[in-house]
Design a protein around this ligand. Structure first.
Ligand code: NAP
Length: 248
């Protein structure tokens, strides 16, 4: 029970990695407020699943790219649970294409959902964390943000931006006992990758030193560490959860 008594907001938890983080946080004793943008049914299902064994959890429809949504989310979570100790900025999208074909809208949308979202929620939650002199903020970036990727200029820029944001917030808020770290997942197998050609997926696995794709639980375990007091002397860092895909 590494997160007993802690209140956490996790963005984009209706499926994939966010869902796994929500389940792991509940298992560690946290109270979980999670968000989604459009997957209402999945969110209702997840809320039921998280609360089935007496867990405290609630889903909120909230567009991570919108500041006003972040502000009302924080207000509602404070009304429901009184404080916020942990924020996981997980909501993210891709809209891949070569730069030559990338529209301004494709660029803006990916930057707004992946990067501006971190600004929105971190700023909205700041007053609460400053007052409490406590907080752990975790930004889910990507190995693509560390090393770039052809055909993903918008996504890579957003994920690299998250790393600069993470380091700056750690420097700004360390003296107030608010920590901020990033996780850079590599190839994580979710429902989405199940639909891809099995030979292609196996090819990707073969290039990874640990010879397998990651699981959402692998990322969730790193989140538990960074959210808990186990990492109380860790801030401003990027933890690569990628099976050794990158080593820097
Ligand atoms: P996913 O399965 O596509 O799930 C994305 C989640 O984000 C969904 O719950 C979705 O909710 C939510 N979301 C999307 N846009 C949103 C918005 N504007 N406001 C609020 N919520 C929004 O993605 P995933 O694979 O689990 O990835 C989660 C995070 O890990 C992302 O930041 C991604 O970039 C990062 N990551 C993933 C991998 C990987 O291999 N999977 C690797 C590196 C990094 P709705 O269903 O309601 O839209």
């Amino acid at each position: 029970m590494l997160l007993q008594g802690k209140i956490a907001i996790i963005t984009g938890a209706s499926r994939g990695i966010g869902k796994s983080i929500a389940k792991s946080f509940i298992a560690q004793g946290a109270t979980v407020a999670f968000t989604y943008r459009s997957s209402e049914e999945k969110a209702i299902e997840l809320e039921k699943e998280l609360t089935a064994d007496g867990g405290m959890a609630k889903g909120f429809k909230s567009d991570a790219s919108k500041m006003a949504d972040a502000e009302s989310l924080v207000k509602e979570v404070l009304e429901a649970y009184g404080t916020i100790d942990i924020v996981v900025n997980n909501a993210g999208i891709t809209d891949d294409t070569l730069l030559m074909r990338m529209s301004e809208d494709q660029w803006d949308r990916v930057i707004n959902v992946n990067l501006k979202s971190c600004f929105n929620l971190t700023k909205a939650v700041l007053k609460t964390m400053l007052k409490a002199r406590f907080g752990s903020i975790i930004n889910i970036s990507s190995v693509v943000g560390v090393q770039g990727n052809a055909g993903q200029a918008n996504y890579a820029a957003s994920k690299a931006g998250m790393l600069g944001f993470t380091k700056s917030i750690a420097l700004e808020l360390g003296s107030r006992n608010i920590r901020c770290n990033a996780i850079a997942p590599g190839f994580i197998e979710t429902e989405m990758t199940e639909k891809l050609d099995p030979d292609t997926v196996q090819g990707w696995r073969n290039t990874i030193p640990l010879k397998r794709g990651g699981t959402p639980e692998d990322v969730a375990n790193a989140c538990i560490f960074l959210a808990s007091d186990m990492s109380s002397y860790v801030t401003g860092q990027t933890l690569n959860v990628c099976g050794g895909m990158i080593t820097a």
